[in-house]
Design a protein around this ligand. Structure first.
Ligand code: NAP
Length: 248
């Protein structure tokens, strides 16, 4: 399949890293379906316009990735409409930060449901079709925090460490089916998620980044795109860190 004709599903494509991923695939002319969740559709509409202005065949759907049934139906619709599914990027993510002593069951459940169960739901639905076509790429966005932990993020860190274990396990299971599964672990990236951090937490991270700056969403998108490209055909089960040296 020429890269320009591939069908790419990006979860959480309305803004931040997800939007940059959509725009990176758009540069190659891929067909793009992205998910968003906020009832206020402004960001999603903006991404859609950016894609359509580039002449890209693109659609978006408001859907909660933590709903197994909704995700299953969505992937069935995508395959029916686009006659295939080549790349899944599990990018949707939320934070529900609290110190562990104060963390509620609900905060734990929400972070795990969107970040980890969401990736399970999407991969499960996508793989059914990828197995039949004997090809596919699954790239899931983890985090440096899944590797090193973080104060106030026991739930988030657990979900992102879970993405690493999940990715390596399905990579082993799907390797002979022509499907690769890899994770990208960003460090501190300039998006709404980090812009909302208290200044103290921002400074704490910045001081630990050898490159002395935050990363841009495009710098993560480039790696995601490459993992989905022909150039990464022999790479599976890996976690690629994009973090300016924050963790090495
Ligand atoms: P962001 O700007 O807050 O974007 C998050 C995206 O996820 C949005 O498109 C949002 O859609 C979507 N989303 C949230 N809940 C959803 C749900 N239940 N179902 C479907 N979509 C949902 O965050 P970001 O910084 O770009 O983060 C993207 C990914 O990178 C996340 O997995 C995050 O954990 C990871 N990451 C980020 C950083 C960083 O420094 N920014 C570092 C490491 C890892 P709506 O806009 O419609 O709500």
């Amino acid at each position: 399949m020429p890269e320009s004709k591939r069908v790419v599903v990006v979860t959480g494509g309305s803004k931040g890293i997800g939007r940059a991923i959509c725009l990176r695939f758009a540069r190659e002319g891929a067909r793009i379906v992205f998910l968003h969740y906020d009832p206020d559709d402004v960001a999603a509409d903006e991404t859609l316009k950016l894609l359509q202005d580039r002449g890209i065949e693109a659609t978006t759907k408001k859907l909660d990735v933590s709903s197994f049934a909704d995700v299953e139906e969505f992937f069935r619709e995508v395959v029916e409409e686009f006659q295939g599914l080549d790349v899944l990027v599990n990018n949707s993510g939320i934070t529900r930060d609290a110190l562990f002593l104060r963390m509620s069951e609900d905060q734990w459940d929400q972070a795990l449901s969107v970040n980890l169960k969401g990736a399970f739901n999407c991969a499960k639905a996508a793989v059914r079709f990828m197995v039949k076509q004997r090809s596919g790429r699954i790239i899931s966005i983890s985090s440096v925090v899944g590797q090193i932990g973080n104060i106030g993020q026991a739930n988030y860190a657990a979900s992102k460490a879970g993405i690493m274990g999940f990715t390596k396990s399905i990579a082993r299971e799907l390797a002979t089916r022509g499907i690769t599964a890899n994770a990208v672990a960003p460090g501190f990236i300039n998006t709404e998620m980090t812009r909302n951090l208290p200044e103290k937490a921002r400074d704490f991270f910045l001081n630990q980044i050898p490159m002395g700056r935050v990363g841009e969403p495009e710098e993560v998108a480039e790696v995601v795109y490459w993992l989905a490209s022909e150039g990464a055909s022999y790479i599976t089960g890996q976690v690629i860190h994009v973090n300016g040296g924050l963790y090495m």
